[in-house]
Design a protein around this ligand. Structure first.
Ligand code: PLP
Length: 463
């Protein structure tokens, strides 16, 4: 089968990214464009359109309008996902040899650019829940304790990255965290890939967008948390702690010279759609519908985990002795396609389409799954093995470029990794280049690999 023929395959119910739910929730103007003569709209960078970095043209005009609307200095669209813009943000704040403070659940895009530029990641651990296998959102007290462990001057720390909300939708209060960093004059990049829509619905008791808090650079994945096409993203620039020229240079360095006019139009329309009163009211109904789906399932004693993002339905399969990968296979076979299987949970992303038929299908399949499963004892996951603050043993850029040999992970105890070990989704590295595979890490990764087929008998490159 060719890729193109697979793309039209029908599933009973898709609750995965992109959040436009297979076109159902795409902005009307984009649908109209796609219905026009196929490909006619695939234009190069004509003067009327310009690019994300040009001074004139339609893209510059819309980016300016959006900056004004949200009270930021600049807005930049991106066509290489949030990943591309996050990487630009990283090199805008740090030079090779400098360090950035980041949480353990940082996205792999950050690690890749750190390896490429030899920017030192200084990781801080997060509170971990053995019940869900997830990291909890960071609090002000936690970050204060992290700060106490660090000699900022000696470490040449030039910025902080925060991830909020997480893939599952956990989010805390960003304001006090950003304040703490700003007191040290450190710019804050917030990876808000999963929280773009928070910006538009302040009245729905959603987490406050990092853009309204005082983050310096905020990155949105428009296909994950708004109704953009895959690869669309936006970066928002605020404050005085990041040099604007550095930012522009960094975006320029990593972006393609042939930006897709379709994707750029999708960036524009997905944001405009949420600024339109009528469609905003439709999306708000969808968010309320998602909240009511959650309540309904909880009333039926289905083990869901509460997060701050109503569009994520996080099923704690471990409560009934089933790992998230096995549950995922079962739901997939029965036509309900989820987004994120993990050891203890399976996460469904409702997206922005009407989900009126989700509840009954989900409930029916859940009951069927329970009937099929024999072991109803809760599963257990090992506590994460990290120190509160930890750096790789060898500089990441040096480890990444070192000569390595590939060995089975089972033989890697006490070796130094030259590799990133990172199941996707969620794209959170378990190990980065330069880190030592000590006993605690070795046992933890083995425990993580019990159910994850990405990690079965896998090989690792060591130095
Ligand atoms: C927390 C987080 N940040 C960034 C990204 C990258 O987003 P994109 O797929 O738009 O490149 C992801 C993707 O999984 C993510 O989970």
């Amino acid at each position: 089968m060719s890729i193109s023929s697979f793309l039209t395959k029908k599933f009973l119910k898709s609750v995965f990214f992109p959040a436009h739910n297979r076109g159902e929730a795409l902005p009307k103007k984009l649908v109209k464009l796609l219905r026009d003569q196929p490909g006619y709209w695939d234009l190069p960078e004509l003067p009327e359109i310009g690019s994300t970095l040009s001074q004139r043209g339609l893209i510059a005009k819309t980016q300016k309008e959006f900056s004004k609307k949200f009270g930021v200095k600049r807005c930049f669209f991106g066509v290489n996902g949030a990943s591309g813009l996050i990487q630009s943000a990283v090199i805008a704040i740090a030079k090779p040899g400098e360090a950035i403070l980041m949480p353990r659940n940082v996205h792999i895009s950050v690690i890749k650019i750190c390896a490429m530029q030899n920017i030192h990641p200084i990781f801080f651990d997060l509170e971990f829940s053995s019940e869900t296998g997830h990291y909890k959102p960071i609090t002000k007290i936690w970050l204060k304790n992290v700060f106490k462990k660090i000699n900022f001057y000696e470490k040449k720390i030039v910025g902080v990255i925060l991830v909020s909300p997480s893939y599952h939708g956990y989010a805390g209060d960003l304001d006090p965290l950003i304040d703490l960093c700003h007191q040290k004059n450190l710019p804050v990049v917030v990876d808000e890939a999963h929280g773009s829509y928070f910006l538009f619905c302040e009245d729905l008791k959603l987490p406050k967008s990092a853009l309204i808090s005082n983050a310096d650079l905020v990155i949105h994945s428009l296909h994950k948390s708004l109704n953009g096409l895959t690869q669309t993203a936006a970066l928002w620039y605020k404050g005085d702690l990041v040099n604007e020229n550095n930012l522009i240079k960094s975006i320029n360095l990593l972006q393609t010279t042939s930006q897709s006019s379709l994707l750029l139009s999708s960036c524009e329309e997905s944001i405009k759609d949420w600024l339109n009163r009528k469609s905003l009211s439709k999306y708000k109904k969808r968010i309320l519908q998602a909240k009511s789906i959650y309540k309904n399932l909880i009333q039926k004693n289905i083990p869901l985990i509460e997060t701050q993002d109503p569009l994520k339905i996080v099923l704690n399969t471990s409560k009934v002795g089933i790992d998230g990968f096995t549950a995922d296979k079962f739901f997939y076979k029965n036509g309900l396609i989820a987004e994120l299987p993990e050891m203890m949970t399976l996460t469904f992303c409702l997206g922005f389409a009407n989900q009126k038929d989700f509840l009954s299908l989900f409930e029916k399949l859940w009951n069927k799954l329970l009937l099929n499963s024999k072991n109803l004892k809760s599963l257990e996951v090992l506590q994460s093995p990290f120190k509160l603050v930890q750096e790789p043993e060898i500089e990441i850029g040096i480890a990444w470029r070192s000569d390595t040999r590939s060995i089975p992970f089972s033989q890697s105890l006490n070796k130094i990794s030259g590799d990133i070990i990172c199941p996707y989704p969620p794209g959170i590295p378990l190990l980065v280049p330069g880190e030592k595979i000590d006993l605690a890490r070795f046992n933890w990764i083995n425990n993580q690999s019990l159910c994850n087929k990405d990690l079965v008998n896998f090989k690792i490159r060591v130095i």
